[in-house]
Write a protein that binds this ligand. Structure first.
Ligand SMILES: [Zn+2]
Length: 298
């Protein structure tokens, strides 16, 4: 049943939130992302899907939304998110494979995917799944790591780097860590049924030398000024995009929510601490408040 699934970057057991964000001196990146999100995200909405939510670093930024579904492949990341955000009807925690989203068609009015696409071997397949679960005209905020960034261009020019930042193919700079060419991301978005509206160039000052010698407030001010240039050219390490779901989406009856990720049936009901699929008879556990729809135990 999982023969064709691409490998997944799993943060199970990782202290990524603490080591990378809280102790890693990445306040500038975090705040620059907050500015970009505020620019792109509609102020209010009903149901937002946060893909690759991790430990919920961005979740508190979705204050105008009635409910947020935090989706991640890693159970431990979601447990950390739950510790941070609490058990609250506003938050639904779902462990699942991004290539097999366990939701009915046309469910969400908004989705975000930040620092997640760069872990995906098949980005277009994932974007098609995202499109499937969105309502027509839903907003989709996608962030990706840009291979055509100033540092890579400089290193390539100085012959310190073999791969070309200008070629269209993705570069895997570390196992399951990819940088993409902006042209390719735009192509995947279009082919997956999205209409691109806005691009922001984010984190131009990520280089340690710059970051460590200028005050944070100044860095953020400069980042904020430069972000809209992303609509003209993208040479920043991180790019934020805002698209809407184009065309129509088949929509399931109201009241339906989950879909079996194995057999795609929507005849799926909660029963105690499990969700049972009446079509294929699989059951999906609810582990301490987290819906676990992962197909393979690891
Ligand atoms: Zn099933």
């Amino acid at each position: 049943m999982t023969q064709s699934r691409p490998p997944i970057c799993n943060y199970e057991g990782s202290d990524y939130q603490t080591s990378f964000w809280e102790q890693g001196g990445r306040l500038y990146e975090d705040q620059a992302e907050a500015i970009a999100l505020q620019r792109l995200l509609p102020d209010t909405g009903n149901l937002l899907l946060e893909l690759g939510a991790g430990a919920g670093r961005n979740t508190q930024r979705y204050i105008g939304y009635k409910q947020v579904v935090l989706l991640d492949y890693s159970l431990t990341q979601l447990q950390q998110a739950m510790e941070r955000l609490g058990r609250n009807q506003r938050y639904i925690y779902v462990a699942a494979d991004i290539y097999k989203l366990p939701f009915v068609d046309g469910l969400f009015d908004t989705a975000t995917m930040i620092r997640t696409l760069h872990h995906l071997v098949e980005p277009k397949a994932a974007l098609q799944q995202v499109r499937r679960v969105l309502l027509p005209k839903a907003t989709f905020i996608l962030e990706y790591a840009n291979k055509q960034n100033i540092k890579a261009m400089l290193r390539y020019f100085l012959r310190q780097q073999k791969w070309s930042p200008y070629s269209l193919e993705s570069v895997e700079f570390e196992k399951l860590n990819f940088d993409f060419h902006p042209k390719m991301v735009r192509k995947w978005l279009l082919e997956s049924g999205f209409h691109l509206h806005e691009q922001l160039a984010v984190s131009y000052f990520r280089l340690g030398v710059v970051k460590n010698h200028l005050p944070l407030a100044l860095l953020l001010k400069m980042d904020s000024w430069l972000q809209p240039t992303g609509n003209i050219c993208q040479f920043s390490p991180s790019v934020f995009t805002r698209s809407h779901a184009a065309g129509n989406t088949p929509q399931e009856a109201s009241g339906t929510f989950f879909r079996c990720p194995a057999c795609e049936s929507i005849d799926i009901k909660p029963h105690g601490f499990r969700i049972i699929c009446n079509s294929c008879n699989r059951d999906w556990p609810i582990r301490d408040g987290i819906f676990d729809f992962r197909l393979v135990e690891e």
